[in-house]
Design a protein around this ligand. Structure first.
Ligand code: HEC
Length: 149
């Protein structure tokens, strides 16, 4: 897991996310890419969530490993919301392209909450993890309410 995180972080640091929009051969590829990035993020985020809600036993190391991936993944999807990617097999709402500053702010808000969640898992304090998980979930919902069908 550490390797995956390191790769994702390295890719983000190299500016991969800003290059990404130019790299997609077809709009369908961009749609698939962003959905897959969100899907992978959600898988790791949900593993932390299972511990935060008591559905899984709390293991600080497992929580921290998963939160690190969940923190790195959201650097990827936003560059794949380029022009012409509002069609096809997507739940993206047209508001994304009409209110780009608001969409970007929602993405940044979530990234910030996700970083706090990752930091909380490193303390090994379950109450901090619970609080940070809830704040992150609220930031997911806020964007989905406005920008996802
Ligand atoms: C800045 C806006 C924004 C934020 C913040 C956001 N999402 Fe989303 N999410 C979207 C949009 C838009 C889609 C639809 C993408 C598409 O269908 O092209 C989506 C789709 C998804 C999907 C479906 C991917 C698939 O397989 O089709 C999952 C899972 C998901 N988001 C999880 C999350 C979680 C978990 C969070 C919070 C940790 C989150 N999202 C935060 C905008 C956001």
């Amino acid at each position: 897991m550490k390797t995956i995180t390191t790769l994702v972080v390295a890719a983000a640091a190299l500016g991969f996310s800003s290059l990404a929009s130019a790299q997609f051969a077809k709009p369908e590829d961009a749609v698939k890419y962003r959905k897959n990035a969100l899907f992978v993020m959600q898988q790791h985020y949900a593993r932390v969530g299972a511990m935060a809600s008591g559905r899984a036993p709390f293991d600080a190391k497992v929580a921290a490993d998963n939160a690190a991936i969940a923190e790195a993944m959201p650097r990827l999807p936003w560059a794949a919301f380029g022009e012409g990617t509002d069609k096809g097999d997507t739940k993206a709402r047209p508001e994304i392209w009409m209110e780009q500053a608001k969409f970007k702010a929602a993405a940044e808000k979530m990234q910030g909450e996700m970083s706090k969640l990752a930091a909380a898992t490193k303390t090994g304090n379950l109450d901090s993890v619970k609080a940070a998980f809830q704040a992150t979930a609220a930031s997911c919902k806020a964007c989905h309410d406005d920008f996802r069908q």
